[in-house]
Write a protein that binds this ligand. Sequence first.
Ligand SMILES: NC(=O)c1ccc[n+]([C@@H]2O[C@H](COP(=O)([O-])OP(=O)(O)OC[C@H]3O[C@@H](n4cnc5c(N)ncnc54)[C@H](O)[C@@H]3O)[C@@H](O)[C@H]2O)c1
Length: 280
Amino acid sequence: MKKTPASGVEGKVVVCTGAAGVLCSSLTEDLLRHGAKVAVLDLRGDVAREFCAKLAKKGLGQTLPVEANVLDKESLEKAKREILKKWRRIDVLVNGAGGNHPKGTCPEEQITKDSKLEDTFFGLTGEGFEFVNKLNLVGTVLPCQVFCREMLKRGGSVLNFCSMAAYQPMTKVAAYGAAKAGIMNFTKFLATHLAPMGIRVNALAPGFFITNQNRFLLLEKDGKTLTARGNKVIAKTPMRKFGQPSDLHGAARFLMSDEASFITGVTLPVDGGFMCYSGV
Ligand SMILES: NC(=O)c1ccc[n+]([C@@H]2O[C@H](COP(=O)([O-])OP(=O)(O)OC[C@H]3O[C@@H](n4cnc5c(N)ncnc54)[C@H](O)[C@@H]3O)[C@@H](O)[C@H]2O)c1
């Protein structure tokens, strides 16, 4: 029988995009604690470097900070060259870069006769819609093209970041929901396409975690009081709380480990039950 390493990710070289962000910095630290090596890719190279320096002080030095743009293939190719120079292989790709943005969001949930049109769907700019759509969807596709190519040699796995907005549209975030639904579809497409080469492709669909991309929707300006939307989220979450970044760790490690060797094309909700509850 094949021997499975204790943590499932021990010794694996993981490339994580958006790794300086809230969810993926936490995930990176967890992976390092379980013996993985992590290339910390982010558009904010300075933040990635500072983050890796902090990790090193904690004794977690198996990192490589790389400034890279998930929308720029040449920048990803350059990142790949740096990673291969250091570690000579790539086992896992985590597509964490992404998120929502006010410019791709409609302030009003539903239009009424009194609505100001600029606060509704009609005020969404093509540029705002495209920005959010492209960052999430194209920003997942291009890293897969660049890094999975290396995995053709010995197999590997991909972990995409989906969202609750993919299963059922949410008010306000039209562009984000469309992009995340695209990621769920793309996860299945790529899982099918790459399966013969021993590359698995799965996704996590986090429920609601308060981070930079959604703070403006869930919390008032004081940073503590829930907005009406924040209250609605809690009411629709059977566990009655927001997720903590660490709630993603086990699910992520499982999907990228050999324990999940016959699992591909799935999107796993990590959502405190948000998906299973109709709200009634
Ligand atoms: N926070 C939530 O509740 C939630 C829920 C569901 C899904 N998600 C998804 O999880 C992922 C991580 O979210 P987060 O809340 O930690 O976001 P975050 O904003 O904290 O982190 C995103 C990171 O991506 C980086 N980034 C942005 N554009 C980039 C680019 N072009 N190239 C490379 N890096 C880029 C940013 O610098 C940032 O460090 C996103 O895909 C998000 O959509 C989050």
